[in-house]
Design a protein around this ligand. Structure first.
Ligand SMILES: Nc1ccn([C@@H]2O[C@H](COP(=O)(O)OP(=O)(O)OP(=O)(O)O)[C@@H](O)[C@H]2O)c(=O)n1
Ligand SMILES: C[C@](O)(CO)[C@H](O)COP(=O)(O)O
Length: 243
């Protein structure tokens, strides 16, 4: 007799509560539109295409009505919670909501709304590695430029071996209990982390790397928005999607 149990839910926290300072004046970054759809909606749909079944979107609550409209036709269920002063605080708020809406979840992804076009294959690779038992999984891409580290006096620098460097992306995937414990540790120790894998490493969890994609670029400044538009145009012509 084979089990017909449905696969376990895969929940994601989508962090969208940043100020978008580097992007400059205009609509909040997560609500900027490409192809008539907000970046946060593209990000949620990208996660759904990779197997995510529910999302908790962490936003600036004063923008809740705008997020409701932006996510009205999202392809999976979502709930909205308020963000915090730093990205790690927003993640912590999202994790608290995950415990409320999906109490049985064992795994969680954390994704930047600022990475709207992560390919489904990358999302699926993160989920697969989690299901294979990894406590923390991050997508990474090679570094393509020659890199120098600033060192010593003014103008001093030294080349760094780029073959051992990787650029880290999201969605990052975690054993949920591990990530919750990691964020408790970060908060109690007053640590600042720029991603959630750092938090898990701080409590000794091993971090597994999977192949990322340049399509998963983070929209940080106006140039990135132009690149993201080009990624969307390419996808639109390949898939015929109109939005
Ligand atoms: N307090 C914060 C800060 C960031 N983020 C989210 O974390 C992701 C990555 O952050 P970043 O690209 O730095 O976005 P911003 O912080 O908005 O950008 P900036 O630093 O230019 O203000 C974004 O989706 C952003 O919305 C968040 O939810 N809460
Ligand atoms: C989480 C992240 O996208 C991984 O590269 C990155 O650390 C976010 O940094 P930001 O300064 O909050 O954009």
């Amino acid at each position: 007799m084979t089990s017909s149990a449905s696969p376990e839910p895969v929940v994601a926290v989508v962090v969208a509560a940043g100020s978008g300072v580097r992007l400059g004046a205009g609509a909040p970054k997560a609500l900027r539109e490409i192809g008539g759809r907000a970046l946060v909606a593209h990000a949620v749909n990208a996660l759904a295409a990779g197997g995510v079944t529910r999302v908790v979107v962490v936003s600036r609550l004063e923008l809740a009505d705008d997020f409701d409209r932006a996510l009205a036709d999202a392809t999976i269920p979502w709930t909205l919670v308020g963000g915090g002063a730093e990205r790690q605080d927003s993640v912590a708020n999202g994790l608290a909501e995950v415990a409320r809406v999906e109490p049985g979840a064992r795994h969680v992804l954390v994704h930047d709304a600022a990475r709207p076009f992560v390919p489904a294959t990358v999302v699926a690779a993160v989920v697969d590695a989690l299901r294979a038992g990894a406590p923390a999984v991050i997508p990474v891409t090679p570094v393509v430029d020659t890199i120098r580290a600033l060192s010593g006096g003014p103008g001093a620098s030294a080349v760094v071996d780029r073959s051992v460097l990787r650029a880290v992306q999201t969605p990052q995937g975690f054993d949920l209990a591990t990530l919750v414990r990691a964020h408790q540790h970060v908060r109690s120790e007053g640590l600042a982390v720029t991603d959630d894998a750092m938090a898990c490493e701080a409590i000794g969890a091993a971090v597994t790397l999977v192949e990322g994609s340049r399509d998963a670029l983070k929209v940080t400044d106006p140039f990135d928005l132009e690149i993201a538009e080009a990624v969307w145009q390419r996808r639109r012509h390949l898939t015929g999607e109109t939005r």
